[in-house]
Write a protein that binds this ligand. Sequence first.
Ligand code: SF4
Length: 480
Amino acid sequence: MIRTYGCQMNEHDSERISGLLEADGMSRVDDVADADVVVLNTCCIRENADNKLYGALGHLKTLKDANPGLQIAVAGCLAQKDRDLITERARHVDVVFGTHNVHRAVELLDHAAQNGPIVEILEAAVRDDADTFPSALPTRREVDHSAWVTIQIGCDNTCAFCIVPSVRGPEISRPFGDLVAEIEALAADGVSEITLLGQNVNSYGRDLTLTRRAAPPEADDRHWCGPGWVADRRARPLFADLLRAAGAVEGIHQVRFTSPHPKDMRSDVFEAMAATPEACEHLHFPLQSGSDTVLAAMHRGYTGDRYLEKLREARATIPGLSVTTDIIVGFPGETDDDFERTLEVAAEARFDAAFTFIFSPRPGTEAAAMTDRFVDHDVAVDRYERLRVVIERSSRAANERRVGEIEEVTVEGPSKKNPRVLTGRTRRNTLVHFPAPSPIRAGTYVRVEITDARVNHLLGSFIEVTRAARHRTRIPVTAG
Ligand code: SF4
């Protein structure tokens, strides 16, 4: 059994761990009491990550006391960061491994079964080691029709509130040719939607082109940097090229990505989105703050005006674009004036939706040490509420503008509240609920008329199926 506490990168790592364990002959169980192996895949970006981990480990101790054969592994960012502390506080843990050696999960569990508890943390990923990248491993996808594709790991930025650079290391991009081959393999397996995944996706390939440019042209430049790069051999990101190449793979119907960084966003990405019919009209564009002072303290590398300028360009280039964001309120040193500027920028940006957070210090980050500038909690809560009102106003207005439109929707399954109602996701990444004339498989594309709008979702009326869910091809193998 694998429990994931974290971001999409962690969820994707969990799919890989699951794939490795299944390839080793294990099968998944739904009840922890039936498990022989439990992997807790942790994330230190989320609030109270350590409390949640130690709470879960406490519960598992009772199970292990009753069943000493149970193996417990802790993986992910928190394992990378706290390593020995975990085995000190929870002596019943068998394996601790980090973000750079997911591919070693099976060997480490075997080693622990023979020799006792083991901690193995690699400080950094190895650029040429294909196993380091989660997507290069066997996988057990949670959903048949959609898949994540990790295009890079690590991050070269230094956002003051973020622990990622210290636990995931510097940015390393996967070779262009490997990514296209993986997307082709996914499409052959019935996947029609992919999400390109990375900490800073739009800088994808910058490191590859810098390395290859310094060397004489070689036959495998196309493999590392793609056919589009061979003609100019300039040091540049390759994300726009990758978007086009992903959309061109036969069988891929929708391409999404997360997350880009506003500082590194260039016109060529917007142009590639507009020119690639498979690229969905959705941009998650993390603002974090509207105040130039706070943005500088966060080391974000843009101002509120520059952010809005890029947003205007995105909307002018990509018709029907929806934009979502992340905003932190109460960052250390944020004044009333700083917060007012965040409200102004948020109102002008007219977000379709936003993930808003009250600043909470993550141990090990620069911002966690700014204790003398922490904002009073009640002040932060008040600001959070005021921001929520602004975001809800723009979300509702954006959704209401869509009433009467006909949109393509990917069916995700029956609604949780009413099995006769289906839930799906529009290309603009909004949930829509609509009554179904008959059961429709997840992964089917349908046309839906939007009939009503709420703050966080749409209601619709089914029109027709436009593309059936693709069946996965399985070749039976028998041992003789
Ligand atoms: S861009 Fe900033 S917030 Fe995003 S992963 Fe890198 S350091 Fe963290």
